[in-house]
Design a protein around this ligand. Sequence first.
Ligand code: NDP
Length: 332
Amino acid sequence: NRQVLLAKRPKGLPDDSTFQFVETDIPEPGEGEVLVRTLYLSVDPYMRGRMSDAKSYAEPFKVGEPLTGGVVGEVVKSNAKNLSEGDIVTARLDWADYSVAKEEYLRKVDPDAAPITTALYVTGMPGLTAYFGLLDIGKPKEGETVVVSGAAGAVGSVVGQIAKLKGCRVVGIAGSEDKINYLKDELGFDAVINYKTTENIREELKAACPDGIDVYFDNVGGEITDAVISLLNFHARVAICGQIAHYNDTEIEMGPRFLPYVLKHSILIKGFIVSDYADREEEGMNALAQWLKEGKIKYKENIIEGLENAPDAFLGLFRGDNLGKQLVKVSN
Ligand code: NDP
């Protein structure tokens, strides 16, 4: 049983020395527990925060202990009442070939409803994040303009599609031509900006949003967000979902300097964590599952094979390697 441990806390961008591989015995499930064989592992930007010991909403990973993340796996031994061998389940489990978990901690995945990997994407944490952040904070109305940064990633790709379903003009910001083409041609975004090649992101955004911007779903922060803020309409809503451009900063820049603009335009800016909506999870899951079933939400996955490649898959999030959800296939 291979496990991936946090070897040391990274300063700045993590690298190979952040991770350590060890071999352990396959754990034995206790009373009410099951043994889960990992099939797919999700790598997520928020894990960078848990590698630090700074105070945050999620408890820091402990040095010398396994990293944990979203897993879809198969029950291979069960001492639990409602789970049997062969069941497919999802939960936050170890980065490992096998994990033991209590029954109440696991959610069963129906392999006939949709491919099991979607439990880590459209009908999992990223989908719920998109759903609640956009609908509860952004409150998009038909005909409004919605801008989403990190548009081709797991959360952003779902945000843009829900905004289209609500009848909005949707403008995405992403970092490669492949991503731009995918968002325009396959997901139906109205306009997409490549922030890596544009000469002036603000001017391009202004041209793409002739009626200004009513809703901004922010996955990245930094200069992209500065440009968006200055184009927001009166009474615009901003959902601060992620700030990946800052996750590896060693010092936090204080600010923001755009508050006079926010004041003059009566803008709402609200940060949120998907777990704020834990009591409405069922509602979100049902809506997302329905859209997925009807083909109204499409998705692409970037799948890397082998637990040994999980650290690099994680680091790839900061390079922008992934189109859609980044997953690691651990076993068949
Ligand atoms: P993604 O699938 O979007 O992967 C990360 C993407 O971020 C990369 O593909 C890359 O795309 C982009 N990126 C990386 N570095 C930068 C940078 N410096 N500037 C701009 N873009 C960058 O990840 P997720 O969909 O899982 O997460 C998206 C965001 O949402 C993250 O910030 C994450 O922390 C946050 N999040 C928040 C949650 C919450 O509860 N609030 C829950 C889940 C996620 P590109 O090629 O376009 O640069």
